[in-house]
Write a protein that binds this ligand. Structure first.
Ligand SMILES: Nc1nc2c([nH]c(=O)n2[C@@H]2O[C@H](COP(=O)(O)OP(=O)(O)OP(=O)(O)O)[C@@H](O)[C@H]2O)c(=O)[nH]1
Ligand SMILES: [Mg+2]
Length: 131
């Protein structure tokens, strides 16, 4: 069961026309620092998850989402916090993707994702994508 203090996070699996997926590396000082992640961030009060997804992907990766569908929802308890990752598959967008917050980033093939260290909560996302 989700904890009442769980942090609700909108997460985007952005896929380009070659079928590659965008990942970036979390800054070292942050929660789950140095791990790779899919872009996204906390859903604000009175904001829909979809609006949060669009806002975070604009802020972090410079794109305007034009089409996205729900992919999976993951509730996970880290020792220090609980998260609910509301993961969306982003099929189309405008703008040129790059990471605007100084994080290392790259496009990777689905088959390569398993080689990257992701936060533990992401295991199922990577499994679903690698299939
Ligand atoms: N964005 C993102 N966050 C993830 C992933 N997996 C995962 O456990 N998280 C966790 O979700 C939480 C919130 O994500 P975030 O740090 O991106 O939030 P944010 O962009 O709003 O950050 P801010 O508060 O510094 O503005 C963090 O505790 C982070 O460790 C992932 O794949 N992507
Ligand atoms: Mg973020």
């Amino acid at each position: 069961m989700a904890k009442s203090n769980a942090i609700h996070v909108a997460v985007g699996v952005i896929e380009n026309t070659d079928g590659a997926i965008f990942i970036s590396r979390r800054h070292q000082h942050l929660h789950q620092g140095d791990k790779w992640e899919f872009p996204g961030g906390k859903v604000e009060t009175d904001e829909s998850v979809y609006d949060a997804l669009c806002r975070e992907l604009q802020e972090e990766c410079n794109i305007q989402v034009t089409s996205a569908t729900p992919f999976t929802v993951i509730q996970f308890d880290y020792p220090d916090k609980s998260v609910i990752l509301d993961v969306w598959h982003v099929h189309s967008f405008t703008g040129t993707v790059h990471q605007r917050e100084g994080q290392e980033w790259r496009w990777v093939d689905r088959s390569e994702l398993e080689a990257y260290p992701f936060p533990e909560a992401n295991t199922r996302i990577v499994d679903l994508l690698a299939k």
